[in-house]
Design a protein around this ligand. Structure first.
Ligand code: AMP
Ligand code: ZN
Length: 148
């Protein structure tokens, strides 16, 4: 299913240009138009989903597998030392384009990219354990009811 006004649906369909790197039945990968490092690319599902929580497991798995292969290729092609896989899910997480996409960002030593990172400790071990329990319960309920 495509969304008529979605830029990434259009890239996937080939109706607007992009430097495509890979495509198969489930996913498309192309260079990001505003790369954080050379080779920075995006892996998207061909079908339109806003959130990763809506993506079928087979497609989400393919996105990850293709991102890993692209990361490995980029380590050769741009001589990266590593790469980040980043998926911004929702506006609060920094998602701008409302078609889910997995960033593959090649990393070079001292490339100056600062990923937001600020640890916020739990109040105490009990607070941590209560949160872990709540998440486990939610996962169990989701598995039982088949909802995210
Ligand atoms: P995000 O903030 O995770 O939603 O990232 C959206 C990404 O899409 C940004 O890195 C943009 O540079 C990239 N982007 C937006 N439009 C295009 C386009 N037409 N072709 C390639 N990349 C794009
Ligand atoms: Zn779309």
């Amino acid at each position: 299913m495509k969304a008529i006004h979605c830029i990434f649906c259009k890239i996937s369909a080939g109706t607007i240009p992009a430097a495509k790197l890979f495509e198969d039945d489930l996913v498309t990968a192309f260079l990001d138009i505003a790369p954080l490092n050379p080779g920075h690319c995006l892996v998207i599902p061909k079908a339109h989903f806003h959130s990763i929580t809506e993506v079928p497991e087979a497609t989400a798995g393919r996105m990850t597998a293709v991102a890993a292969k692209l990361g490995a290729a980029l380590m050769r092609v741009v001589e990266a030392d590593g790469f980040n896989l980043i998926l911004a899910n929702g506006a609060a997480a920094g998602q701008v384009v409302p078609h889910v996409h997995l960033h593959v960002i090649p990393r070079l030593p001292a490339d100056g990219i600062q990923l937001p990172a600020r640890a916020i400790p739990y109040k105490d071990a009990a607070a941590r354990d209560a949160l872990a329990e709540a998440v486990r319960n939610r996962l169990a309920a989701s598995a039982k009811n088949g909802v995210a």
